[in-house]
Design a protein around this ligand. Structure first.
Ligand code: PLP
Length: 376
């Protein structure tokens, strides 16, 4: 974050000053301009700025028709908000396991569940584009059509990602993005945005983020204060012209990591589940333009490796150490260890390595050399 700031400092401070001078702090022209720009970037036609990615998920779910008493299928392997937003909409999350290659919601398992044991009052399916790679949207499109269930995208980690040339955010009925400060496109505080291709759905989300109010002090339904700050929009608009290049650099770093791991003999076949190599890479869908929000490996003796790297001041993180179905707060769903084995194994093995546009090749080498030393 510091390296990025050094490159755009003057522009960011000028943008913040512009908002202070305008004395227009919530929604207003900065937010509207950002909404147009994000709509263009994603190809979704409409974007509605809001207070966070979590708020965006709630808006996206409610606007897709999720009501109290409904059920929503989602992945067990994601950030908590993917599931807590479903609960906040009054619905019940139905956790399904992930694909062992990509760790995205497994469309085959979702399909099987719909054929054999369709959840009562199923209102939506919420795939997460984990780590910046879209879930299998061909399969989810088919499922949506065949079973008449809308797809809501959790695109919090996937700004700029694509599936078969279509932008994340334009692939479902609604989609949620987060601009949390460590995201590929990030604000200087909390904020998020929802996108949709349908004008009436966009209007509904505009009302919902503002107390369900079509005009001031008149309320047709229960909404909330989920509005976006103008300062966040102004900062995001400084960064937006850079996002394509920043994402390209991430992609190049990922390719460099891949090569370095292969030439150090640390990895074997990327998608193979059985391997004698200590490090396994996740698989990449050919239809997917991956924006590498994270570069994640699956590592033997993961926790020891993480400590070893920390000793060399190499940052790493575990996204996510406990799958959602095993979180104490979801014990009421009655799931137990062993029920979603692919997510559970991933939680024991995944490790995210340093990934940001400003990384140098020497730093990438140092990370991989250090991992090689650990396993030597
Ligand atoms: C997959 C996913 N969904 C939802 C969120 C929630 O976004 P926020 O932190 O902006 O509320 C995040 C980010 O933290 C995320 O990674």
């Amino acid at each position: 974050m510091r390296r990025q700031y050094d490159g755009i400092r003057e522009d960011v401070l000028a943008a913040i000053a512009r908002v202070c001078d305008s004395q227009s702090f919530i929604l207003g022209p900065e937010v509207e301009a950002l909404e147009r720009e994000i709509a263009a970037l994603t190809g979704a036609a409409f974007a509605v700025g809001c207070a966070s990615g979590t708020e965006a998920l709630w808006l996206a779910l409610v606007a897709a028709g999720v009501k109290p008493g409904d059920a929503v299928i989602t992945t067990a392997f994601s950030f908590f908000a993917s599931a807590s937003a479903i609960v906040r909409a009054g619905a019940t999350p139905v956790f399904v396991d992930v694909d062992p290659g990509t760790l995205n919601l497994d469309a085959k398992l979702v399909d099987r569940q719909l054929r054999t044991k369709r959840p009562e009052n199923l209102r939506a399916i919420l795939p997460v584009h984990l780590y910046g790679q879209c879930a299998d949207m061909d399969a989810f499109d088919r499922i949506a059509q065949q079973f008449g269930v809308p797809i809501v995208e959790d695109a919090a980690q996937a700004i700029g990602a694509e599936w078969s040339g279509r932008g994340a955010g334009s692939l479902g009925v609604t989609a949620a993005f987060s601009f949390y400060p460590t995201k590929n496109l990030s604000a200087y505080g909390d904020s998020g945005i929802v996108t949709t291709t349908r004008p009436e759905v966009a209007e509904h989300m505009r009302r919902l983020r503002n107390h369900g109010s079509p005009r001031r002090y008149y309320h047709d339904e229960f909404g909330w204060n989920g509005r976006m700050d103008a300062i966040q929009a102004a900062v995001l608009r400084v960064k937006l012209p850079h996002i394509a290049e920043w994402n390209q650099r991430r992609e190049r770093h990922a390719a460099t990591y891949d090569q370095l791991f292969a030439s150090a003999g640390l990895t074997s076949d990327q998608s193979s589940n059985v391997s004698s190599a200590p490090v396994r890479l996740l698989s990449r869908s050919p239809q997917s333009k991956h924006v590498f929000h994270q570069y994640v490996i699956r590592a033997e003796r993961r926790d020891e490796l993480r400590k070893f790297l920390a000793g060399r001041k190499i940052g790493s993180e575990i996204y996510y150490p406990l799958p959602l179905h095993l979180q104490p707060v979801f014990s009421y769903l009655g799931l137990k260890a062993g029920d979603l084995p692919v997510s559970e194994q991933a939680a024991r093995e995944v490790l995210a390595l340093p990934m940001f546009p400003e990384l140098t090749e020497a730093e990438l080498r140092w990370v991989v050399e250090s991992i090689a030393e650990f396993y030597a």
